[in-house]
Design a protein around this ligand. Structure first.
Ligand code: HEC
Length: 112
């Protein structure tokens, strides 16, 4: 009985620790967004003259996937993909997965 309770608490703690790590840190992401703002706008509103879409208020999971795709060369590598080619090198500015998640959390938190 006692053991069951202890392992249940341990499992719960592990779950909480896991989700805390997985969640993006919007405050940290804000700092990294500065370079993105040149094309996507200071509030993530997008800029048609730069062909850069709005990112504010978009789904966090979608942003993470797209940024990772650019970074991994899944998106924005075809010579005919002019706008994708402009974006792809920008994804390299974000050093790792955690930073991508932080920037996505920041963008998702902005007013659409
Ligand atoms: C030089 C201008 C430029 C900069 C700087 C830039 N982007 Fe982009 N971004 C673009 C363009 C252009 C597109 C549209 C690509 C396309 O049409 O496929 C784009 C597309 C995207 C998309 C895909 C949106 C969608 O709906 O699929 C995401 C996400 C994104 N950018 C995030 C970022 C982040 C994060 C940064 C900063 C690390 C950044 N961008 C910096 C130009 C830029």
């Amino acid at each position: 009985m006692k053991l069951t309770l202890i392992s249940a608490v341990a499992a719960l703690l592990a779950l909480l620790a896991g989700s805390a790590w997985a969640a993006g840190d919007a405050e940290r992401g804000k700092g990294f967004y500065a370079v993105c703002a040149i094309c996507h706008g200071p509030n993530g509103e997008g800029m048609q003259e730069m062909n850069a879409p709005a990112l504010a208020g978009r789904e966090e999971w979608y942003l993470i996937r797209q940024i990772q795709n650019f970074k991994d060369g899944v998106r924005g590598t075809d010579p005919g993909d002019i706008y994708g080619l402009q974006m792809a090198p920008m994804a390299q500015v974000l050093p790792d997965r955690q930073t991508i998640e932080d920037v996505a959390a920041y963008l998702a938190s902005l007013e659409e």
